[in-house]
Design a protein around this ligand. Structure first.
Ligand code: NAD
Length: 452
């Protein structure tokens, strides 16, 4: 432990919880509850049973909606007798239309929170508030988001995360995809996020190797987050084409040789790079997954920023990715069922002093993803982005030590994330199970206190 961390602990900030990650199985009991017309609960119950997670419901009214699900035991707690430990709390609020019924959420969470294990999971299911028939129903659905974000802040010190999953009417079956990610330790550093699920058929998938037979291009793959993305997609069965610049050739080749992938030494901003990617894509029968991870920072306040720093940052982080996508679309080199994932940043959402170029480029990634999602959906392609917060890489190692330690701590989990946390989220977006997830921007930031 560094001296600065020790000093911060002594100053009362406390020791952050040790997060359980992908190598730890997710086991235990899931408490289910909800309001009237909790249409998603059967999907949740079926999913949990397949994962061998035990199910129960509270004895109170908030558990009544789970009564219809056969074979679920009850769970109770009292001052004399604490209830059994719970690993996850799932509340289906999708049918709540009357503000008075929001008290069902209070009744569900109040007794259960103290029995939730460390590194537990809280999931609240809602409907898109703008699709609601009445203003009151819209208010109720949006209220659930505020609740989830607050529970994330109240529970983060113990490594617990809380999310809201917003399910379009008719998309209940596609909910299984995000459940598979959120009710697992792969989502350790994803906190207080909104997952928006639209209707899609989820194919039967080999859970041990969900990306078998897929080809994935990862830019900036030689180190940091890019190397973790390449390794995680390869773990899940994909064949990797790793792209990086000439100075990192040795690192890239070593990693690709370890992963059984192919190296492409190229600068993503070069005019001939899209043609080089197309040539490889053609030889491999098209690409299935494209992850635009390559990125740089060139920090100075705008008043002091050289023009070429502005141009270079915007071109590497944004322009080159858009040009490459256009070339892939034009040549129809992205297969049906394809996945595009952008890498934005928390600073693209919140803005950052000295990073006007970087923040503009990363906000641009968000705008692009949101605009492209509906049109690509028609072709069976999804497009999403991650927005990492403070992740421990060479990029953040360059930050002065005190600023770095504060940066690590400014989130509800009170610690920096690991490259694998970003990679796991991208692997989820890339999976067949995420067919109903498109146009989503998911922050991997432990619920950073900066930005929305
Ligand atoms: P990194 O500097 O360790 O890795 C970036 C990679 O991109 C390097 O391998 C680099 O060679 C490659 N690259 C840069 N310019 C390139 C070009 N012109 N052509 C091809 N490859 C190029 O950084 P990282 O921390 O691993 O960041 C990866 C991505 O995550 C970046 O897009 C970054 O903006 C984003 N991000 C990182 C953090 C963080 O905390 N580390 C936070 C938010 C967003």
């Amino acid at each position: 432990m560094s001296q600065i961390v020790e000093t911060l602990i002594n100053l009362g900030l406390g020791k952050p919880a040790e997060l359980k990650r992908a190598n730890t199985p997710f086991t235990g009991t899931v408490l289910l509850g909800g309001g009237a017309n909790a249409d998603c609960l059967p999907t949740v119950a079926a999913f949990c049973r397949r994962q061998n997670l035990s199910l129960c419901r509270p004895v109170s009214a908030s558990g009544a909606s789970a009564e219809a699900i056969e074979g679920i035991g009850t769970w109770a707690t009292s001052e004399d007798q604490p209830g059994d430990k719970l690993q996850a709390l799932v509340f289906d609020g999708t049918g709540i239309e009357d503000t008075r019924d929001l008290n069902l959420a209070y009744d569900f969470f109040k007794p259960a929170l103290k029995s939730l294990s460390s590194c537990g999971r809280i999931i609240i299911l809602s409907r898109p508030h703008r699709d609601q028939a009445t203003p009151e129903a819209a208010a109720c659905q949006r209220a659930l988001e505020g609740l989830a974000r607050s529970l994330a802040k109240e529970s983060g010190k113990r490594g617990t995360t809380a999310q809201i999953v917003t399910v379009e009417a008719g998309a209940e079956g596609a909910l299984e995809g995000p459940l598979g990610f959120l009710l697992s330790n792969r989502s350790a550093y994803v906190n207080a996020q909104v997952f928006r699920v639209s209707n899609a058929d989820l194919p039967a998938t080999d859970t041990a190797s969900p990306l078998a037979g897929k080809t994935a291009l990862v830019t900036g793959a030689s180190r940091g987050i890019g190397a973790a993305i390449a390794s995680t997609l390869a773990r899940d069965g994909a064949t990797i084409i790793g792209l990086d610049v000439e100075p990192l050739k040795t690192d890239l080749e070593a990693l690709m040789s370890k992963l059984g992938g192919q190296s492409l030494i190229a600068d993503i901003t070069a005019d001939d790079t899209p043609a080089k990617v197309l040539e490889i894509a053609k030889a491999r029968g098209g690409l299935d997954i494209v992850v635009h991870n390559a990125g740089i920072t060139r920090d100075k306040t705008l008043a002091n920023m050289p023009e070429h720093w502005w141009d270079l940052t915007l071109d590497i982080n944004l322009g080159a990715a858009l040009r490459l996508n256009s070339a892939l679309f034009e040549a129809e080199a992205l297969n049906r069922g394809g996945r595009i994932v952008g890498v934005s940043s928390m600073n693209g959402i919140a803005g950052q002093r000295g990073q006007s170029n970087y923040a503009a480029s990363k906000a641009g990634v968000i705008g692009y993803v949101e605009q492209m999602a509906p049109q690509l959906k028609e072709r069976g392609i999804t497009i999403n982005a991650v927005a990492p917060g403070f992740i421990e890489t060479q990029m953040t190692a360059a930050i002065p030590v005190m600023t770095r330690e504060v940066g690590r701590r400014l989130n509800s989990l009170s610690q920096g994330g690991q490259p694998e946390d970003v990679a796991e989220t991208i692997a989820f977006f890339a999976s067949p199970q995420a067919a109903g997830i498109t146009g989503n921007i998911i922050r991997v930031c432990g619920q950073s206190w900066l930005g929305a």
